[in-house]
Design a protein around this ligand. Structure first.
Ligand code: ATP
Ligand code: MG
Ligand code: MG
Ligand code: MG
Length: 476
């Protein structure tokens, strides 16, 4: 007997084939109809149990979330909305699930409730769809870069570099907390550490990625990134995944073109491979939005939104233009923004969302930011005030991508590091790329969870990663 996953089985013609399916019970009606789910799709398989064949004690054990092995024949279904069902020949209970103790009901639970039951929430339709879409996006990312001839590099997780200079690092040390070795002045002597110096969990693989790109031409990383974010927002995690391509012989324009093509490619892949899940999530979102006041609802459904993104160019504006738009906006005049709008100050999510949701009504790429709040490695523009940076902003989220053309001119880079008090000795290995055969190059970082948020229409980043690490969420 062939074991078949439910998703595949549902595409078959019912022709009395014998099959084996395994899964978890969602519901059991009238001692006769089992709705079985195996995680391959949200559509449950109906398993029909022959009346009178089993003892009551056995039937009582078929409860929500108990696990079953079923062998039977595939027959046409009498029920509406399903083509086929299984007539059970043998039923084996692999694991019981005490209904008094099992915390999830077949009914719909709130996302807040499910966040508290994060260890079991994979067993719900919403999380089934979210994680199948997440899987497809991850797969499409590798497919895209592979087809373009990029090399997949693994940059270190434990590193001494702080690419962003934002100081949001988790320290890694082997020194004992209770009695660390000390220098004469009483400070902790990190030279005694396993690595002989202070290290941290990576905040970005970019600097190491540049080393590889300046040899292989085009590379990407796709790995976990850690930031000790103090803010408790729906867009920040302490552990998230980032995709960082880095391209030699590439300028800001090429960089933006690649990022836009890339985003569209992975969305299209999910649309083609996860239609059922996206339709489920779209319906879920529409239901949720019904609870909102009319002016807070989006004017497009999830599927329409994704199609719109695929069929339209992203708007491209400079930071200076963005600030002008914000300063002239009704929202600014009516003092609707919580944070300051001023040339030279970074935009906040509320400003970014205004630009995409209210003003342009499409994704926006903002370029040429003031150097003051951007990283040291971004290429200085002619004006000496702005750098060749680009952020991509998405509706419902704000920033999803941060990228730039990198400063390839040694003198300019060194001057910039000096200005920002970054010691050149610490980055000697990085500066060697400029010292030996420097080339124009560029790259970007896409926050994977923000992309998953965008495609699934979910609104809290904790709901698109399996094990969210955010303040007070790391129970296991
Ligand atoms: P933000 O302004 O939203 O804090 P950032 O500018 O600090 O983001 P970058 O350093 O540019 O972020 O990182 C590149 C990308 O990584 C961002 O565009 C975003 O998609 C994602 N990202 C950054 N921080 C987080 C986080 N704490 N959790 C999830 N994704 C993040
Ligand atoms: Mg940040
Ligand atoms: Mg930012
Ligand atoms: Mg950024």
């Amino acid at each position: 007997n062939k074991r078949v996953k439910i998703k595949e089985l549902l595409t078959w013609e019912p022709a009395q084939q014998e099959v084996t399916v395994m899964g978890w019970v969602r519901t059991f009606r009238n001692n006769q109809f089992i709705a079985l789910n195996d995680g391959s799709t949200n559509t449950n398989l109906q398993v029909v149990v022959e009346l009178g064949k089993y003892e009551d004690d056995f039937l009582k054990r078929i409860t929500t979330s108990s696990s079953l092995k079923v062998t039977g024949t595939v027959i046409a279904s009498q029920g509406k909305g399903q083509k086929l069902e299984i007539k059970a020949a043998t039923l084996e209970i692999l694991g019981d699930s005490d209904p008094e103790k099992y915390p999830l009901q077949p009914k719909k639970h709130s996302l807040e409730f499910l966040r508290e039951k994060a260890h079991l929430r994979f067993r719900t339709n919403t999380f089934g769809s979210v994680f199948r879409v997440r899987h497809s996006l991850a797969f499409a990312i590798h497919k895209f870069f592979h087809e373009k001839g990029f090399l997949y590099m693994h940059t270190p997780i434990i590193t001494a570099s702080d690419a962003e200079g934002a100081g949001e690092m988790f320290r890694v040390t082997t020194l004992p907390f209770d009695n660390p070795p000390r220098n004469e002045d009483g400070s902790i002597n990190f030279k005694e550490d396993f690595f002989g110096r202070t290290t941290n969990l990576t905040v970005s693989g970019q600097l190491e990625g540049e080393l590889a790109a300046t040899a292989f031409g085009e590379i990407y990383t796709f790995g976990p990134t850690f930031r000790a974010e103090n803010s408790n927002t729906t867009r920040h995690l302490a552990e998230f995944w980032m995709i960082e391509p880095e391209m030699a012989f590439c300028d800001l324009e090429d960089n933006m073109n690649l990022a836009e093509e890339f985003i569209k490619y992975i969305i299209r892949f999910a649309m083609e491979h996860n239609r059922e899940d996206l339709e489920f999530l779209a319906a879920r979102l529409a239901e949720e939005e019904k609870q909102l006041p009319a002016d807070k609802r989006s004017d497009m459904g999830l599927i329409e939104k994704l199609e719109f993104v695929l069929n339209n160019n992203f708007e491209r504006i400079t930071y200076t233009e963005a600030i002008d738009i914000l300063l002239q906006s009704p929202a600014y005049k009516k003092k609707k923004f919580q944070y300051e709008v001023k040339w030279g100050v970074d935009m906040q999510s509320e400003h970014e969302r205004y630009l995409v949701e209210k003003h342009f009504k499409k994704p926006v790429i903002v370029t040429n930011y003031p150097k003051e709040f951007k990283a040291f490695y971004m290429r200085m523009n002619e004006d000496g005030k702005t750098v060749a940076a680009m952020d991509i902003l998405a509706p419902g989220i704000g920033e999803i991508v941060g990228g730039s053309q990198r400063e390839e001119r040694m003198e300019v880079l060194e001057a910039r590091m000096k200005e920002m008090n970054i010691p050149a000795e610490e980055l000697w290995w990085y500066l060697d790329t400029r010292r030996f055969g420097t080339v124009p190059h560029a790259g970007f970082g896409l926050g994977f969870e923000r992309m998953v948020l965008f495609v699934t229409g979910m609104s809290n980043i904790r709901d698109v990663i399996a094990f969210p690490r955010a303040p007070k969420t790391a129970e296991f």
